[in-house]
Design a protein around this ligand. Structure first.
Ligand SMILES: NC(=O)C[C@H](N)C(=O)O
Length: 288
């Protein structure tokens, strides 16, 4: 079970300790859910971060240029090659739970507009954002959130959730709900990406990282997937977590990204960027 809390420059008022301890707490929550499978684990850990108000996801998300919160989220099961996602939903505090409903209860992968909110209403996942206890104005610290997991049956899952880019145009959709872009799970591994959606989407960063696992070990695959985007768009635009059968890996082409892992042996967190990616991987590998 491996989580991230968004890549970025983290300038301004950021409570790093609080963010790291929340990512680790949510990783532990996902670990408890792992008994129910990798999909349950990524859903629970991402929902935990969405509900915290500390990240640009769920109730802590940033607003668009019209002052509204519009959320994107996606989830994928590597064994079934099934995905579910919602984009641009407005009154859904835990869009990752809605994404899973789309995957399990509809014939579709990506639902938007009234269709998504109607499903949220029908499943008790709808709540007007004016009533949310936390909001972007309370000042979030982390960014987009994501999780990848490998369960005891050898199944991988991935999930990503975000409020997108602050001040974005109304109805803008980023990479996070697009399978292969913001998240991907296959038979070889699972990935979740964060950064500038417009770049991640055209580079299919998560798909690329998992595909690279066929011929490369995890560290190389993660490095190569973010390296490909960096070659096209420059440094500072993407972060990635990757779970493989041989362990976790991190790709970072940005200043900082909080990560955490949890397993039977315990949990740990680290601020990648402040700590070298290889050292973070070593710390997490001891657990996973
Ligand atoms: N900070 C982020 O990761 C934003 C997200 N990838 C988006 O572009 O919507």
């Amino acid at each position: 079970m491996l989580l991230h809390g968004g890549a970025g420059s983290w300038s301004g008022k950021v409570d790093v300790e609080r963010v790291l301890s929340k990512v680790e707490e949510c990783a532990r929550m996902g670990r408890y859910a792992l008994g129910g499978g990798a999909l349950a684990a990524v859903e629970e850990s991402v929902a935990c971060m969405e509900s915290s108000g500390l990240f640009n996801a769920g109730v802590g998300a940033v607003t668009n240029s019209a002052g509204m919160v519009e959320l994107d989220a996606g989830i994928m099961d590597g064994a079934r090659r099934g995905a579910g996602a919602v984009a641009c939903v407005r009154n859904v505090p835990n869009p990752i739970r809605l994404a899973r409903r789309v995957m399990e209860e509809t014939p579709h992968v990506l639902l938007v507009c009234e269709g998504a909110e109607d499903l949220a209403r029908a499943r008790g996942l709808w709540s007007p954002q004016s009533s949310w206890k936390w909001s972007a104005s309370s000042g979030h610290s982390g960014d987009t959130v994501g999780a990848v997991a490998l369960d005891g049956s050898g199944v991988f899952a991935a999930a990503t959730s975000t409020g997108g880019i602050r001040g974005k145009m109304p109805c803008r959709v980023g990479d996070s709900p697009v399978p292969g872009a913001g998240y991907y799970a296959g038979t070889e591994g699972a990935a979740s990406a964060t950064g500038i959606g417009e770049m991640i989407m055209v580079e299919l960063v998560s798909f690329r990282a998992v595909e690279l696992l066929r011929n490369a070990e995890a560290h190389r695959a993660a490095e190569e997937a973010v390296g490909a985007l960096e070659r096209d768009f420059g440094w500072g635009n993407v972060g990635l977590i990757l779970m493989s059968r041989s362990g976790p890996a991190i790709g970072l082409s940005a200043k900082l990204m909080p990560v955490a892992a949890a397993s039977d042996s315990g949990s740990a967190s680290a601020l990648a960027g402040e700590m070298k990616v290889e050292d973070v991987e070593r710390r997490l590998r001891g657990l996973l």
